[in-house]
Design a protein around this ligand. Sequence first.
Ligand code: HSE
Length: 298
Amino acid sequence: EEIKVFCPATIANVSCGFDVLGLALDSVGDEMIIRKTSEKGITITKISGQELPLETTKNVSGVAGLAFLEKSDFDGGFEIEIDKRIKPGSGIGSSAASSAGAVWAMNELLGKPFSNLELVQFAMQGEKLASDVAHADNVAPAIYGGFTLVRSYNPLDIVPIPTPNELFATVIHPQIEVKTSDSRKILKTNITLEKGIQQWGNVGGLIAGLFQNDYDLIGRSLQDHIVEPIRSILIPGFDKIKANAIHVGALGGGISGSGPSIFALSKGEKIAQKVAESMKETYKNIGIEFDIHVSKVN
Ligand code: HSE
């Protein structure tokens, strides 16, 4: 018995929501085949597209799968095949796609013994392996779909947020690899009250905008006064890409996850495509190689 699943790429943080907000991309992601076996344990049989470890305890999908099995009363195991299309270190939730995809598929194969919240907890073990921190802002949208808020980590509380119908994301990936663990080390561990006020105003604004289908409010709320000023230094052409995207009609944008990908949100696919053209041109002008995606948020 086997199942083939699409494992979406995700944009974590979404500017103002460091470690708490995330969204799933409808048409960018990996594919996985998960097979039920009578043998116990997790075996990764094949990975195409990227060089990644096949050893269960060194692969995020293996580690997430082991966390799943540990809590399950199923006494068999699973085989995993991954067609990896999301590049590791690109900032669109490569590790999360594999961790979340594995446990989501396993749950389907066993007749859904676990809730989405429990699946997020298993998948977070994969994130811990990948980035030293079990953050949930990529795995939650990968499992729930759409936009999600991690209202609390302890206890874990995930809130699915409705996604306006015409919300599209454009994501450009300059061809450098940034490890999440490295880009977390450069962050300061304290913030001023002044910055806190700006930030939670924007988080509230973004959530309200999503509920009210208020695209302008969504755009005004896509600001990050805490993380972006530090991390954007590592990203070539960041300010230009963002400014030009907004100039051609994007609602707003920022760093996707821990970077180096840069995202912009737009109302409607047409504008999202225009934003893609602007991003491409900006990088061509400064001589930077890139990948680019346009996708509905879903
Ligand atoms: N919230 C995490 C970070 C996301 O920014 O480090 C990593 O994809």
